[in-house]
Design a protein around this ligand. Structure first.
Ligand code: SF4
Length: 353
């Protein structure tokens, strides 16, 4: 069984442990404040606690379950963190400072170890799902991200399909919302859009914006690009998106990874306009980045290519002429060494600018 840590416990249970270790209940709140308000990530640095209490906590209730094993920063200051979890599995988190000095950074977090969806253009999907992340493992990505610099937005667009781990994600986001102060409109959760799950969540108005990765207007091609959803009609996905808007009042963003020569033709753009006509939504076009999507040391292992800037711009124009709001998001942090194509494919849509 996994060892208890401070953040794997509910606040009340953590208070009880602190009392067992000779502290007072409010000392548990001091720990939370040190972490959430001051960004402290070690008991040793919490000098308002007695040395005895810090030592007991250190020995018997570690603060975090994960540890940072790798950090890479690109020239545009995008930083990728690799975190090792208690069982040795690893997850990636990316901290992306805004290009505008007055805005904080966007943090991109993961929700699963591996991913069961199997998109053929994504390295993470090839190995399949290992396991869901626990709520505290999702939360800890925020804590490490904050240690790099202020975080004002979050995108749940890292490894994994968030709606297949929704309750742990929502548990983590509740803490992020309440204690890190990142509001619902500044958190975007990106899903492939399982209609039943979107419909079930919508009336609960979870604290985030929804982005649905569509990638094509054609059912047969979507079965190929998003294998876990094979057989689910695109119309059902869009109808679930509409239901989300009706229930939450928040518009859906549709994400479309532009794969050179595969889904970036004028016909695809025109059919996408037909699909989304009348929907309250925006479309993010994300030109595919084959280098980012490769497994380590396997740059040419993918069969798609990056579209030209002109193709991406033409695609966007067709959408705009059709009455849709559309933006092209080029990747950031291209020189960051990353194992996961997914994170970097999505950097562009994750900038928050
Ligand atoms: S693109 Fe997203 S949903 Fe698809 S395999 Fe990669 S992580 Fe999973």
């Amino acid at each position: 069984m996994e060892r208890e840590t401070f953040f794997s416990l509910a606040p009340e249970a953590a208070r009880e442990r602190v009392i067992e270790f000779g502290g007072r209940p409010f000392h548990a709140d001091v720990v939370r404040r040190e972490v959430f308000e001051r960004g402290v990530l070690a008991y040793a640095d919490m000098t308002s606690l007695s040395q005895n209490l810090r030592d007991r906590l250190e020995r018997e209730l570690p603060l975090l379950s994960s540890r940072e094993t790798h950090r890479t920063t690109a020239p545009d200051r995008t930083t990728k963190l690799l975190l090792e979890l208690a069982d040795g599995a690893t997850v990636e988190t990316v901290h992306m400072p805004s290009t505008r000095a007055d805005k904080g950074a966007t943090l991109c977090v993961s929700t699963q170890v591996g991913c069961p969806v199997g998109c053929p253009f994504c390295a993470s999907g090839r190995a399949g799902l290992e396991r869901n992340l626990a709520a505290h493992e999702i939360l800890e990505q925020f804590l490490y991200g904050r240690s790099i610099g202020p975080v004002s937005r979050a995108v749940v667009m890292g490894i994994g399909e968030p709606l297949l781990n929704a309750s742990n994600l929502i548990g983590a986001l509740a803490v992020v919302h309440d204690e890190l102060g990142i509001g619902a409109r500044k958190i975007t959760v990106s899903t492939v859009g399982f209609p039943e799950r979107v419909r079930r969540l919508a009336p609960t108005k979870p604290p985030f914006q929804l982005a649905i990765s569509l990638h094509t207007p054609d059912d047969a091609q979507r079965d190929e690009l998003v294998p876990a959803m094979a057989g689910t009609p695109i119309a059902a996905v869009i109808e679930a998106g509409a239901e989300w808007f009706r229930a939450t009042g928040r518009e859906v963003t549709y994400e479309y990874c532009l794969l050179g020569g595969a889904n970036d033709s004028r016909g695809h753009a025109e059919r996408l306009v037909e699909r989304l006509r009348g929907q309250r939504c925006t479309v993010n076009l994300i030109p595919y980045n084959p280098v980012a999507a490769s497994l380590p040391g396997q740059v040419s292992g993918v069969r798609y290519r990056r579209p030209s800037g002109e193709t991406a711009e033409n695609f966007r124009s067709v959408l705009e002429e059709g009455g849709l709001v559309a933006t092209v998001r080029w990747s950031r942090g291209l020189s960051t060494d990353a194992a996961c194509g997914q994170l970097r494919i999505r950097h562009g849509s994750a900038s928050g600018d």
